[in-house]
Design a binder for this molecule. Sequence first.
Ligand SMILES: Nc1nc2c(ncn2[C@@H]2O[C@H](COP(=O)(O)OP(=O)(O)O[C@H]3O[C@H](CO)[C@@H](O)[C@H](O)[C@@H]3O)[C@@H](O)[C@H]2O)c(=O)[nH]1
Length: 379
Amino acid sequence: MPSPVAHFHAVVPAGGAGTRLWPLSRAGAPKFLLDLTGTGRTLLQGTVDRLLPLTGPGGVLVVTGERHAAAVAAQLPELGASDVLAEPSPRDSMAAIGLAAAVLLERHGEDVVLGSFAADHIIDGAEAFEQTVREGVTAARAGYVVTVGIAATGPSTAFGYVRSGEALGVEGAPSARHAAGFTEKPDAETAAAYLATGEYRWNAGMFLVRARVLLDHLAAQLPPLHDGLREIARAWDGPERAEVLARVWPGLTKIAIDHAIAEPVAAAGGVAVVPGDFTWDDVGDFASLGSLLAAPSAADGSADDDGSRTLGDDTGVLRIDTAGALVVGGSARTVTVIGVPDVVVVDTPDALLVTTRAHAQTVKSAVDGWRARGREDLV
Ligand SMILES: Nc1nc2c(ncn2[C@@H]2O[C@H](COP(=O)(O)OP(=O)(O)O[C@H]3O[C@H](CO)[C@@H](O)[C@H](O)[C@@H]3O)[C@@H](O)[C@H]2O)c(=O)[nH]1
């Protein structure tokens, strides 16, 4: 068991809907509340399991929508009531993480270093993760906004790209480098050009920074958002929280932390990057989910792995000659797939999805399509 990192608090913004995983993921049951690995732990639980040993008890703060706060608390009985911050409405990741930073500053003072970690990622390699966090916190103490860089395996347009520059030279953080640039979700051509240089890594969506430093950057970049969050944080643990939230929250600027802080601060030389040499996946769609699921064991008689997978209880799923297929059973009926390679079949009690791995990114348009037909009950 690793020893906790002094003054380190983890923040878990849990707000994304995960529309590319519809109909598994719904507005009422977003991706982070689901067990997508078949391990019996949801993505949110896995995230907190990974962080608590590094922060120690009471060191993890989850920021989520009011609608999901009760489910989050129920999944995480190890957290205290004040460790779940409920937002009245989604205002994007800067408001969520900024609120946590401001509340941590009020509660614990100037020494707090926060690490923000998405609620819906899969990470394998606890030791490498711990090493990255320790180095990241050390670099953050020196005043940097620290990102974690993942070795890019393709020109994805779903991620931010961070360019590694000179070594940072901070004692205790030997692998930290200056970020010579940060670009949030470049277009395909730019992403390919970045990849070709060999100097860029994907931004893992993790930020380590002193709470005070983050808020000072926010004050410089977006003063109204900073002031609103500070006002809310001052009232958070007192009797005026509801009144201040109702008055201030709806007017907060809706912006991602990547645009609000990472891009401008990197341009000014204030961002560092530590490599994340652990297995990382943001489980963005069914293609990546299919690739993540473990091969069936030889004991199942499936030693010849054809890349096809079943998620969850496979007693009701029969796959025959379906190389590369992903089948998710979940309703009372059985599912049989024969002779359709690379197909994705997701069966739930009220919605059935049939698509292909190649169309995995397009699944989010199903949510738009059903919504346009007035079927809010399905999304
Ligand atoms: N509480 C709360 N959380 C939110 C909100 N909006 C987003 N989040 C949370 O903030 C994190 C990142 O937000 P996303 O909107 O999912 O970001 P992304 O498109 O995946 O991009 C980010 O992550 C990539 C890695 O997965 C990065 O590569 C990219 O640069 C960026 O940081 C996730 O944990 C998400 O749940 C919100 O309104 N409220």
